[in-house]
Design a binder for this molecule. Structure first.
Ligand code: LLP
Length: 420
């Protein structure tokens, strides 16, 4: 459930009519609902109520806006970060360092040192040399780095290939067969407090079975490592729970279904479980508001050309992703159209021959479910501005990220003297 609803035929975010935001900020613009973020944070936590010892770290790659992180940190969420930049954001938003977990397949030595200096709660080691480097950097500071080893369980998550991470062909983690030996060697390093395992098999998962299979494999490894004398106290189960993108049609497992499965599989593990949800918290807490520029005849269906483009919302171009499209002002009429942006690529297409509620030039409309992997993946391709973000709270709203004009980006470039 979210807080983007029609009132008297006009789409609102909570109590704010979207035309008011378009007028104040312009379009395209991302709009977030604070109440929806809070609701999702609580529903996810409630889904895990049968799990006694847990920590939830929001995967901030899904939405790293400082205002969003502030809202989630008030809900007791920590942060899963994958770069020094994300770590700095989590800290700036008030997430306590001990609640930050550092994932990511290519952490640099500088980033590992940054994490140690900030005193973050956990490093998820992706391979043996990274673990050795972390130990060495920790020792040089007189520290012991709290760490887990990320395991690749070789399970097909059944999602889009570009967001699958748990098959042996993928770059993530160490193969589950080599994990015991690698764990044994890393556990001997005196700069590490190696205390468990981590796994994440992919994103937008609609089937709990592959996750369950991955967790079962991890459980067997926990037992094997304990039998070899390793005290295993922490297991990080990653994120990945899917969400509905097609209203009324998509029925992913609920956080309660997910929580029940996790509780069952991990019943005897006796560890602190860590969760890294991203999309399930943020996805339906945001929309991308856009304005129709033109409607142009097409071979099979007219093109609705909107002022948002693939640089603002990359998911359709990158993953053939579906985002529901709705007019802000209900018209009650239907049309079949292809929805495209102004960027000079045929890939700048949000929908092909889709039946939608009719829109015309000048109308406002939204792409739904844009709160996760939306603004954060935006670029300035075609020298377009960087898209701004707004947060709504009841009847008030605030710009929480400015529109960065193309001119500001250009001002950071220069032509060297030797070219003049
Ligand atoms: N933990 C790790 C280690 C991850 O790699 C990810 C996502 C998550 C947690 C959060 O997963 P979630 O709960 O959001 O599924 N840009 C793509 C999604 C990439 C996901 C990458 N990793 C998209 O727009 O679909």
């Amino acid at each position: 459930m979210d807080h983007f609803t029609y009132k008297d035929g006009v789409l609102h975010a909570e109590d704010v009519p979207l035309p008011a935001i378009a007028e104040a900020v312009g379009t395209p613009v991302y709009i977030y609902s604070r109440a929806t973020f809070e609701r999702h944070a609580r529903v996810f936590r409630d889904g895990l109520s049968a799990i006694p010892d847990k920590h939830i770290a929001f995967a901030i790659k899904a939405n790293p806006n400082l205002a969003v992180l502030n809202v989630l940190s008030r809900e007791g969420y920590g942060a899963d970060v994958v770069s020094g930049g994300e770590m700095a954001r989590a800290l700036a938003a008030g997430v306590p360092a001990k609640d930050i977990v550092f994932s990511g397949v290519g952490k640099s030595r500088g980033e590992l040192a940054q994490g140690l200096d900030e005193g973050i709660g956990q490093f998820n080691i992706e391979h043996e040399p990274e673990g050795a480097a972390l130990s060495e950097i920790a020792l040089s500071r007189g520290l012991k780095a709290p760490a887990t080893l990320r395991v690749n369980p070789d399970v097909d998550a059944g999602t889009h290939a570009k967001i699958s991470t748990g098959m042996k062909e993928n770059k993530f983690g160490v193969g589950i067969d080599s994990a015991p030996d690698i764990y044994g060697r890393l556990a001997k390093l005196s700069g590490l407090n190696l205390r468990g395992l981590a796994v994440h098999i992919g994103s937008q998962l609609f089937d709990l079975a592959p996750m369950e299979a991955a967790f079962e494999r991890l459980g067997a490894l926990v037992k094997q490592l304990r039998d070899s004398g390793h005290p295993i106290t922490h297991v990080d189960l990653g994120g990945g729970l899917g969400i509905p993108y097609k209203a009324g049609e998509d029925h992913p497992p609920s956080p309660a279904d997910y929580g029940a499965m996790v509780a069952r599989v991990t019943r005897d593990w006796n560890v602190r479980l860590l969760f890294e949800p991203g999309r399930v918290i943020a996805g339906n807490a945001g929309v991308l508001l856009t304005q129709v520029l033109w409607v142009k005849p097409g071979a099979s269906a007219p093109f609705v050309i909107v002022d948002a483009a693939m640089n603002d919302l990359a998911r359709p171009a990158m993953y053939d992703a579906w985002h529901d499209f709705q007019p802000v002002q209900r018209t009650g009429e239907r049309m079949t159209a292809s929805i495209v942006g102004p960027v000079c690529e045929s890939g700048d297409t949000f929908a092909i021959g889709r039946e939608i509620e009719a829109v015309g030039p000048g109308d406002l409309a939204v792409f739904r479910t844009a709160g996760a992997y939306g603004a954060t993946m935006a670029s300035t391709y075609n020298s377009r501005a960087l898209v701004p973000e707004v947060m709504v709270d009841g009847d008030q709203f605030a710009v929480v990220a400015d529109r960065i004009p193309a001119g500001t980006i250009m001002a950071a470039e220069r032509v060297p003297d030797w070219l003049r």
